[in-house]
Design a protein around this ligand. Sequence first.
Ligand code: SAH
Length: 343
Amino acid sequence: MINLLEFPYNDLEAFVLEDLKESRFRAEQIWQWLWQKRVRSVEAMTNLSKPLRERLAAIAEVRWPSIVDAQTSKDGTVKLLLGLADNRLVETVLIPMQDRYSQCLSTQVGCAMACTFCNTGQLGFERNMTFGEMLGQVLVGRQYLEDHGLNPLKNLVFMGMGEPLLNLDNLLKVLHALPDTRGLNISWRRSMVSTVGFPDKLKILGDSELALPAISLHAPNQELRARIMPKAAKVHLDDLMAALRAYPMRPRERITFEYLLLKGVNDSLEHADQLARLVDRKRGKINLIAYNATEGMPYEAPDRAQVEAFEKRLWSHNLTAFIRRSMGSDIKAACGQLKAAAK
Ligand code: SAH
């Protein structure tokens, strides 16, 4: 059975023209039902004739990821464990902001990067998520917020499970589909894609003008980065920084550098000084993340005072730096805690 959610707009149009032998504007109607009105069956597409709906339903369906488990943190963060068609599991997180929610999306089942501090990394890589699965997370997220009378979904970040740039073809299709006003209409100008960074793929993402990267840097020099992120650091830090210097940006835009503070590993003031030498303050800003401790990992969370001292030191170099609020850690929904184990 075809899942209609798996068609990017152009493919849906081709399907309508060639397989259904219907006119082009049926594609627009179907797309609207899927992504704007969020119907979950062909039968519900009531502006299609009954015979067309019957023909369509014989070969195609609308299959959302299923909610296997939902947990709400005391800070309002919601973590959804989603089941995919092959019963594999991923997690997505709804994060409350002032008057809206931001959703953190997964891009792969598991992750191949095996960063030494990350829970998802311990799972290993299972497979890429499809176009429909990635965007399906947004359907599920929006519906969940609506059903629970919560604020609307406005922002997306690709910071969940997986390495988005290793699923680049599908990611680009997703980024392209998001602002479609006949569909999800998630219309802030560019969304944020968190990645360990691959120069060739950053070039493609940059040229697409569909997103800004957040770079999981976590170390201010090659040697230390290789120690804590051995696979990611196969791309030499010099090559990564060169690729970022070439990243096309509009005025006032900045690349975010994520820096995870691990007690006694990368959190000294000398590390802050090195970091300040690495990042161009006109093109980059630094997002400090205190390590979310998890059992079985060889790291400890830094002291709050050290995190603040690190931030101040960056400020003293005139860098923009801020500490990321950690949300949902009581339900293991915070950065690096996504593991998609059924409870
Ligand atoms: N693979 C992508 C996106 C997923 S991770 C990437 O690496 O950017 C999202 C962010 O959480 C990354 O910056 C990641 O390094 C960070 N992270 C991983 N483990 C963490 C932990 N235990 N505590 C806090 N942040 C963590």
